[in-house]
Design a binder for this molecule. Structure first.
Ligand code: FES
Length: 252
C-alpha cells in the first residue's frame, strides 16, 4: 500500500505545532498502524530527519499508551481497537490519513503525537487502592464473589487508561475512565472499606483536570475496550450516596 500521512509535528510543549506530509510507501496490509509509523520513521532516520515521536509499549492492546487521533477518531476507524492493534487493511491504497495527538486540556502535548496523561494517574492515586493486608497472601476463595459481580468488575477492569474517552468527549470529561476505575473496586467485597471515600476523592481529583459529563456517549463509542457508559451511572449513584456516607478521609 502507498499512503500519504498528514502528521502533527510539535517540537515541545511550548512550541507551535503544525501538520507535515509524509509518504508511506510499500506498506503491508498486515502491518499494524504503529508498524507503519515504524517504517516511516526508519526512512526519516536514514534521511537524517527527526522521526515522529509517538508513545507505545505493549503493542498488544494492554498498556493504553498508544492512543492517537486517526482521521479525527481516537484510535482510528475500527471500533473496540487500540491503535497498536489497528491494521492497515482497514485503509485503502492511496488514502490520505491525518494523525494527531489527543486534543484535550487535561492532556498537554509533549512532542508530536505524545501527550502528558499523568492527570489520569492523579485520579488513580486518589482512590484506586484497597486496604492493605500485611499478612501472608489470603486463600483465593476466602472472600466469595458471585460470578455476575466478578464479571461486571472485570468488565470495568478492562479499562487500559488510554484517554480515548477524554479525547472523544466534547467536554474533555474523564467520566468513563474514572467510572471504570471506581466500579472495578466498588463492585467487589474487597473494595467496600474505602468505597465512598474512593468515589468522592477520585471524582474531586478528576474535576481538577477535566470537564463535566453531559451524556454525549462519545466516550463509549471511542473506547478501545468497549466499556459501557452504564458505569458512569454507577459512579454518579455512589457519588451521591457518598455525600452523607464518606467520613473525613475525603480528598486524601
Ligand atoms: S501499545 Fe499498549 S495498548 Fe497499544
Amino acid at each position: 500500500m502507498d499512503l500519504t500521512l498528514r502528521v502533527w509535528r510539535q517540537e515541545g510543549p511550548d512550541r507551535p505545532g503544525g501538520f507535515e506530509e509524509y509518504r508511506a510507501r510499500d506498506i503491508s496490509a498486515d502491518a499494524s498502524f504503529l508498524e507503519m509509523l515504524d517504517v516511516v520513521n526508519d526512512r526519516l532516520t536514514v534521511e537524517g530527519r527527526e522521526p515522529i515521536a509517538f508513545e507505545h509499549d505493549c503493542r498488544e492492546g494492554i498498556c493504553g499508551s498508544c492512543g492517537v487521533m486517526i482521521d479525527g477518531r481516537p484510535h482510528g476507524p475500527q471500533g473496540g481497537t487500540a491503535t497498536c492493534q489497528l491494521h492497515m487493511r482497514h485503509f485503502t491504497d492511496g488514502d490520505v490519513i491525518v494523525v494527531e495527538p489527543w486534543r484535550a486540556g487535561g492532556f498537554p502535548v509533549l512532542k508530536d503525537l505524545v501527550v502528558d496523561r499523568s492527570a489520569l494517574d492523579r485520579i488513580i492515586e486518589a482512590g484506586g487502592f484497597i486496604s492493605v493486608d500485611t499478612g501472608s497472601a489470603p486463600e483465593a476463595n476466602l472472600t466469595p464473589v458471585p460470578k455476575a459481580v466478578a464479571d461486571r468488575a472485570m468488565d470495568a477492569a478492562a479499562c487500559i487508561g488510554c484517554g480515548a474517552c477524554v479525547a472523544a468527549c466534547p467536554n474533555n470529561a474523564a467520566q468513563l475512565f474514572t467510572a471504570a476505575k471506581v466500579a472495578h473496586l466498588n463492585l467487589l467485597p474487597q473494595g467496600q472499606p474505602e468505597r465512598f471515600m474512593r468515589v468522592r476523592s477520585m471524582v474531586e481529583t478528576m474535576e481538577r483536570f477535566f470537564g463535566s459529563c453531559t451524556n454525549h456517549g462519545e466516550c463509549e463509542a471511542a473506547c478501545p475496550k468497549s466499556i459501557s457508559i452504564d458505569f458512569i451511572a454507577l459512579l454518579n449513584r455512589d457519588f451521591v450516596r457518598s455525600q452523607w456516607r464518606a467520613p473525613t478521609t475525603t480528598g486524601r
